[in-house]
Design a protein around this ligand. Structure first.
Ligand SMILES: Nc1ncnc2c1ncn2[C@@H]1O[C@H](COP(=O)(O)OP(=O)(O)O)[C@@H](O)[C@H]1O
Ligand SMILES: [Mg+2]
Length: 99
């Protein structure tokens, strides 16, 4: 959500929850520039930023998604980034039902 707000061109973001017997999906969609397909996995690497300066006015530390991935892996969840329908990014977290 921080990324959707920070990189979403100041446009509204959408958060959707979808739940059934097998899983919960959390979908966070922004209307920013999107992330090129060939970097949609790289941005999960620690300190990886699309904008290469270390400036904190144009980005953060580059650790946010790395931490999210560590937490999802540790819990058996998944997180992925997708191209949003028009432009922008969808961050999708999937939490399987257990027990
Ligand atoms: N929703 C998004 N739209 C466009 N670019 C994004 C988005 N989310 C992440 N990014 C890119 O991925 C990089 C890594 O994200 P993240 O790990 O959260 O680090 P940061 O601290 O820079 O936000 C960001 O610096 C940005 O370049
Ligand atoms: Mg971030």
């Amino acid at each position: 959500m921080d990324n959707a707000i920070r990189y979403g061109d100041s446009k509204p973001i959408k958060v959707e929850l979808e739940c059934d017997d097998s899983q919960l999906k959390i979908r966070i969609q922004d209307q920013g520039p999107g992330i090129p397909a060939d970097q949609r996995e790289s941005v999960f690497l620690p300190f990886y930023r699309l904008e290469k300066s270390r400036s904190t006015t144009t980005g953060g530390s580059g650790l946010g998604l790395a931490i999210v991935r560590q937490l999802t892996d540790a819990n058996g969840w998944t997180v992925e980034l997708q191209l949003a329908p028009r432009s922008g990014t969808v961050a999708l977290v999937t939490i399987p039902q257990t027990g």
